[in-house]
Structures are given as structure tokens and as C-alpha cells.
Design a binder for this molecule. Structure first.
Ligand code: ADP
Ligand code: MG
Length: 274
């Protein structure tokens, strides 16, 4: 499902203009990454998609239908939402955390739990963790539960707000690789928010670099932005000395490979079967 922002703005009651005239098309089955410093309006943009925040102006459409006309509760059933701290219920086991929303939506408990176990496989969590509580999991494992829970309603759209912000760099890389693999299998429309440009280039089919007020500094594929930064702001933001450190995923005729900032292949993520 394609998401489109048409001249959207958001002014909070205290007068803060968090989003100023934002227009972007987020293509179906692709990952759009919104990247910018803290306070640039990323979370506000994301939460307008599932109507946790209402725009002050403009319109957001999903497959050309304005979401303002949709029932918010029904709208949210088709949208998975993953938060930074995973947002798990502490007194619910892993399997029940994943099954919560389907059960609330009327799916029989046994069926929701069976599906939850399958989703643990999907996100790479051993089923042995099913009966544990969130506090008995590592940060990375909690995030996997968060992703499984977001997938439990079988959404067409997945919103992720700095989901890997709180985990250490090695686990973070594992989770990023997992998202790339998942996306190749599931082909959701993903909107991913981060302040980390390397993460943006790694995960994004389309990357939107934001300044304050969610003003678009540049929008394009990682390659387009790396090869041709639109302004000094963008050049600064992507870092003059990124050198060979930053990797991003690239589709080739053989599969998905990781390439560095100057285009050298650094590894293979997913090999296509011949
Ligand atoms: P980001 O996620 O990029 O850090 P946010 O969307 O959270 O940015 O915030 C954008 C701007 O809006 C910031 O200046 C922030 O202080 C302000 N803001 C966010 N939420 C509110 C609110 N509920 N009331 C007033 N201002 C807010
Ligand atoms: Mg935020």
C-alpha cells in the first residue's frame, strides 16, 4: 500500500510547528527511511500515519484514500507499529505479548498463540523463549518480540520509530540485517525512523533527510544521495569522513549485497537461488 503525504503540516497547541508543508510519496512494498536530528519532526510524521496525531493541514492518503475519513481503530488494525523500547507488557509472556492485539480483535486465543509461535520463527527468536517475560530477555530479543507483535495483525504497513536505538552496535547490526531479510520475504510498506544516517542508507529504498520542521533536505535512493548530496547541510549530515565505514544494501543480479560508500562489495546478505 502506498502512503502519500500531501502538503501536510502539524502545529502543536503551544505554537511549535513540528511539520511544515511535507509532501512525499512512500511507494508500496518499499522501505522509506525518515532520517534527521532529534526534534526534526520524525515521530510526528510517523504518528500521523496511524492517526495517533492529527495533521493541522494537508492530507495523508493510503492507496489514494484520505485516512482522515477512516475509522482510526480499523485503520490501525492494518498498521504495525514498533517503538524504541519495544513497548512490551511486562506482566505478559513473550507469546502473549505477540498475541495480544489479535486476541483483542477477536481471534481465538489458541489460534493467536499458534500464530505467535510462527512469528517467533519469522523474527528469529527461539520458541523456547515463548513463556519468558520481557525482563528475562536481552534488549535485542525484546526488539524481536516488538517486531513480531507488530506483524501479528498481518499489517500491510509497518511503522518503526528508532526501533534499534537502545541496543548495542553488534546486536543493532543483527537486527538491521534481519529487517532486510524480513522485508525481502514479506514486502510490507515500511516507514522507518532513525537519526542514524548509516542505518538509513542500509535499510532505505528511499531515504528522506529532514531538517527542522520536517523540511526535506534531500530525498532519493542511498546511491543518489551519496553520489550527489543536494546541499552542504546534506553533505555535513552524511558526514565528510564516512569513508568506507558506512555500508548499504544493494540489489544485484545475484541477490542483496552490502556495499561500502564507494561501492565496494563488503558481503552478501541474501543470495538469490539460481
Ligand atoms: P523527532 O522524532 O524527530 O525527534 P518530534 O516529532 O518528536 O521529532 O518533535 C518535533 C518537534 O515538535 C520538536 O520541536 C518537539 O519538541 C515538538 N513536539 C513534539 N511533540 C510535541 C507536543 N506534544 N507538544 C508540543 N511540541 C511537541
Ligand atoms: Mg522521535
Amino acid at each position: 500500500m502506498a502512503i502519500e503525504f500531501r502538503a501536510v503540516s502539524k502545529r502543536y497547541p503551544d505554537g511549535t510547528t513540528a511539520v511544515d508543508d511535507f509532501s512525499v510519496l512512500m511507494p508500496a512494498h518499499r522501505t522509506t527511511v525518515l532520517v534527521g536530528s532529534s526534534g526534526s519532526g520524525k515521530t510526528t510524521l510517523l504518528r500521523m500515519i496511524n492517526r495517533l496525531i492529527e495533521p493541522s493541514g494537508g492530507a495523508i492518503t493510503i492507496d489514494d484514500e484520505p485516512i482522515a475519513e477512516r475509522d482510526p481503530v480499523k485503520l490501525r488494525r492494518g498498521i504495525g507499529y514498533v517503538l524504541q523500547n519495544a513497548g512490551l507488557l511486562p506482566h505478559f509472556s513473550v507469546v502473549d505479548n505477540i498475541a495480544t492485539v489479535p486476541v483483542l480483535n477477536g481471534v481465538p486465543k489458541a489460534q493467536a498463540r499458534r500464530r505467535a509461535l510462527e512469528l517467533m520463527d519469522v523474527v528469529g527468536l527461539e520458541r523456547g523463549f515463548a513463556k519468558r517475560y520481557p525482563s528475562q530477555l536481552s534488549g535485542g530479543q525484546q526488539q524481536r518480540v516488538g517486531v513480531a507483535r507488530a506483524l501479528a495483525v498481518d499489517p500491510n504497513i509497518l511503522l518503526m520509530d528508532e526501533p534499534f536505538g537502545a541496543v548495542d552496535p553488534i546486536v543493532r547490526r543483527e537486527l538491521q540485517t534481519e529487517i532486510i531479510r524480513l522485508q525481502r520475504e514479506l514486502e510490507k510498506t515500511i516507514v522507518f525512523v532513525t537519526h542514524d544516517i548509516d542505518e538509513a542508507f542500509l535499510l532505505g529504498d528511499q531515504v528522506v533527510i529532514l531538517e527542522k520542521g520536517a523540511r526535506i533536505a534531500q530525498i532519493g535512493t542511498p546511491d543518489e544521495i551519496i553520489e550527489n548530496p543536494a546541499s552542504d547541510f546534506v553533505a555535513d549530515f552524511i558526514g565528510a569522513e564516512r569513508g568506507t565505514r558506512a555500508l548499504h544494501a544493494k540489489q544485484t543480479s545475484h541477490g542483496t549485497v552490502l556495499v561500502d560508500a564507494v561501492g565496494r562489495t563488503q558481503g552478501v546478505l541474501v543470495e538469490d537461488s539460481p
